[in-house]
Design a binder for this molecule. Structure first.
Ligand code: NDP
Ligand code: 8X3
Length: 251
């Protein structure tokens, strides 16, 4: 029987690449996101890789939608082996004194509360089976801060703290928790951050080679395929051209 991985934010970027690589590695997939057509297209691609797939269309910010989607899982789909808490976003780059409240709410509600709602619904299913692995996609922004990063950095620092908290709370239930903290990855992330300004988004990666969604997917796949007694607790993965949040070599 294939293991089952549940991936939030599978309609784009890191989540999408992880779903495809996990299907190739023999996982069955529960894929989630708000954009239904993209979910359906990805489900088709996963089927073509001979993996079983269940698309679930919900917004991680809506606690009731998350709870219902997971409570309504039937049969084998309740046996989730791996949860990848990946759905997330940055919105805006304003300094704190000019911050836009709606941007702040979107980041806090998605990156912290959405991750909590999903984990709250799935962890009991893992505990009942005394096995499981939760992978939280944090960020270098969860280790450092940078100008204009303020609330996004705060949400990712929260993810970093929650990874440690989950690891200690679920120790006795044999559940692994892996925190993954990438630097710059070229996905739709910067387009979302700059609210559709594709030129501003492209400038983020100008003159340097960023990571790709596949680089992060490879890292996630490595983490979730270790032997039962091995847990990678915390992985920082950066482009070679990025030393930290502020120092980027552009040529
Ligand atoms: P993308 O914008 O390409 O993907 C983000 C995914 O999150 C999409 O599938 C989107 O799906 C989903 N998502 C966003 N909001 C919601 C919501 N309210 N409900 C459900 N799903 C949602 O960006 P990335 O792949 O780069 O981002 C994935 C994760 O990686 C994020 O947590 C991000 O913070 C983190 N990260 C990204 C880095 C980067 O440089 N790109 C670096 C470090 C960490 P949909 O819109 O269909 O709902
Ligand atoms: C995304 C990486 O450096 O834009 O989490 O914060 S960064």
């Amino acid at each position: 029987m294939n293991k089952i991985a549940f991936i939030t934010g599978a309609t784009s970027g890191i989540g999408q690449a992880t779903a495809l690589k996990a299907a190739e590695a023999g996982f069955d997939l529960i894929i989630t996101g708000r954009r239904k057509e993209r979910l359906e297209q990805l489900a088709k691609e996963i089927h073509e890789k001979n993996a079983d797939v269940l698309p679930l269309n919900f917004d991680v910010r809506q606690a009731e939608q998350v709870r219902q989607a997971i409570d309504n899982l039937e049969g084998k789909w309740r046996n989730i082996d791996v949860l990848v808490n990946n759905a997330g976003l940055a919105v805006g780059v304003s300094p704190i004194q000019d911050g836009i409240l709606d941007d702040w709410e979107r980041m806090i509600d998605t990156n912290i509360k959405g991750l909590l709602y999903t984990t709250r619904a799935i962890a009991p299913l893992m505990i009942a089976r005394h096995t499981g692995h939760i992978v939280n996609i944090a960020s270098i922004a969860g280790k450092e801060v940078y100008p204009g990063g303020n609330v996004y950095c705060a949400t990712k620092h929260a993810v970093d703290a929650l990874s440690k908290a989950m690891r200690t709370d679920m120790l006795k239930h044999n559940i692994k928790v892996t925190n993954i903290a990438p630097g710059m990855v070229e996905t739709e992330f910067s387009i979302v951050r700059y609210k559709g300004d594709t030129e501003a988004a492209a400038n983020v990666y100008k003159g340097m080679t960023p990571l790709t969604n596949e680089d992060i997917a490879d890292t996630i796949l490595f983490a979730i395929t270790r032997p039962a007694h091995v847990c990678l607790n915390d992985i920082v993965i950066m482009p070679t051209a990025q030393a930290n949040s502020r120092d980027v070599l552009r040529q």
